[in-house]
Design a binder for this molecule. Structure first.
Ligand code: URP
Ligand code: ZN
Ligand code: ZN
Ligand code: ZN
Length: 485
């Protein structure tokens, strides 16, 4: 296959910044050094050559709240590539009672249209012997090492604590990692009902129904349950100081707990919900909701200090028409916002350009840390010989004003509309193919491949049976004298 040389740029990784050319062939990085030659030259002068972004949290064509999120694997990954993201991780969501493997076949079918590589997290949306058994196949045969648990969305996706504890134990013995959407779904349901009864039915009530305490409580609970199950924990869409504080403290105590702020929470605040235009506010309804500046400052500090490791989007895009299902009842507004195309330019403009993050930290939180946490490093998230040639050639001088009129996403608005960004891809390469060429979109539907992820090491763990898990067991009372108990 013909080779390409990315010439004259500065390589920026999570650790290093240095001048070098990068040669790619057959989808891989084959050489890094001075004065390389190849069949095609991509001019990277004035640019940074970085590992392509990985978005670990997207929902493409997701069945949710009576509808489907509008961006699918084709438009979603095209949007990602336009903004420098070369891999996404979606959530396979079995319907209650549905086989995990059957759901996975549905996700396999949807994802054939992807323009870039992708992987899946498996959601635990119900609990029983079948789920317990299929988790083993999912980890051992299907290349999925992460299981998502929704602590919110009562009556739909929410899992109970006993189910979560059992599932976390199963994760521990399989070498998998649980993820949590950490909000106390019982409290949210109660607050929502009360707000509606009092006549508060607009989008701002969505924010009132999900205060930071519901997130802080659930994050703490999930951390403690994970600790008792002996498993690491990944907290998705960490939006507030209460949740960040719990993660920070757990890490200080030596627990492997990861936190994932979203670009939306970092850059948009809760004043958006008080916009008099119902559509404007409803388009920004997501869970957890946007927070005030104090919470935003906490998230930025966490990224700089390392107590938070990853920036994602939770891209779950609904059209205005879909959002209008919730006119007169905020609990029916489909929850979710877009951001795949804008994550890296918004983070660069609001983080690197302002001095809040270094370039190397930018690479870490948009790519390398994610690859390490998801166990796909250094195939992804690296500029190293042998790594996949998922590369963004980043032009720090390129500017644009974000607008729905020019975006790749299929929805009719953009939550970042009117924001001016400086720093955009000159080229985005997905496994060596140029998908974005100085603004021109050259994506290829179906180019994306599933990335299997190996289990984490589960040292000395034996697999239990469903019977053992559900039978009454002797409690281990660590540190407590056993005699007389
Ligand atoms: O509001 C959100 N975040 N929608 C997508 C589903 C989820 O909770 O991540
Ligand atoms: Zn060749
Ligand atoms: Zn969520
Ligand atoms: Zn999500």
């Amino acid at each position: 296959m013909a080779s390409k040389v990315i010439k004259g740029g500065t390589v920026v990784t999570a650790d290093l910044t240095y001048k070098a050319d990068v040669k790619v062939e057959d989808g891989k990085i084959v050489e890094i050094g001075p004065d390389l030659s190849g069949d095609t030259v991509l001019d990277a002068s004035g640019c940074y050559v970085m590992p392509g972004g990985i978005d670990p949290h997207v929902h493409l064509e997701m069945p949710f709240m009576g509808t489907y999120s509008t961006d699918d694997f084709e438009s979603g990954t095209r949007a990602g590539l336009a903004g420098g993201t070369t891999m996404v991780v979606d959530f396979c969501l079995p319907a209650p009672g549905q086989s995990l493997l059957e759901a996975l076949t549905m996700w396999d079918n949807k994802s054939t249209r992807a323009n870039c590589d992708y992987s899946f997290h498996m959601a635990i949306t119900w609990w029983g012997e079948q789920v317990f058994n299929e988790m083993e196949t999912v980890v051992r045969d299907k290349g999925i090492n992460t299981f998502k648990h929704f602590m919110a969305y009562k009556g739909a996706l929410m899992v109970q604590d006993d189910e979560m504890y059992a599932s976390f134990q199963r994760c521990a013995e399989l070498g998998a990692m649980p993820l949590v959407h950490a909000e106390n779904g019982d409290v949210v349901a109660d607050l929502s009902a009360r707000l509606l009864a009092e006549g508060n039915n607009g989008p701002e009530a969505h924010a009132y129904s999900r205060p930071p305490q519901v997130e802080g409580e659930a994050t703490n609970r999930a951390i403690m349950i994970a600790d008792m199950a002996g498993v690491p924990l990944y907290v998705v869409h960490t939006s507030c100081e209460e949740s960040h504080e719990a993660i920070r403290r757990a890490r200080q105590q030596g627990k492997r707990v990861y936190g994932e702020p979203l670009i939306q929470h970092l850059t948009l605040d809760d004043s958006e919900y008080f916009n008099k235009d119902w559509d404007h506010a409803a388009r920004r309804v997501m869970s957890p909701p946007f927070r005030n500046k104090q919470h935003q400052d906490s998230l930025w500090a966490g990224l700089a200090s390392g107590s938070l490791q990853v920036v994602a989007t939770d891209h779950c895009a609904f059209t205005t028409e879909q959002k209008r299902t919730g006119l007169g009842d905020f609990t029916k507004i489909p929850n979710g916002t877009g951001g795949l195309e804008d994550r890296m330019p918004m983070l660069w403009s609001n983080g690197v350009a302002t001095g809040r993050l270094t370039m190397n930290e930018f690479v870490a939180v948009t790519s390398t840390n994610i690859a390490k946490i998801l166990n796909i490093y250094p195939r992804k998230g690296a500029i190293l010989v042998g790594a996949d040639a998922d590369i963004v050639v980043w032009d720090p001088a390129k500017e644009k004003t974000i607008s729905a009129a020019s975006q790749q996403s299929s929805i009719d608005y953009n939550v970042f509309e009117g924001k001016h960004v400086t720093g955009l891809p000159r080229f985005t390469l997905t496994r060596g193919e140029v998908a974005i060429d100085d603004g021109a979109v050259k994506t290829r539907e179906g180019h994306g491949q599933f990335v299997a992820r190996e289990p984490y090491q589960a040292v000395g763990r034996a697999l239990s049976t469903w019977k053992e898990l559900t039978a009454p067991r002797k409690v281990e009372r660590s540190g407590i004298p056993q005699s007389g108990v």
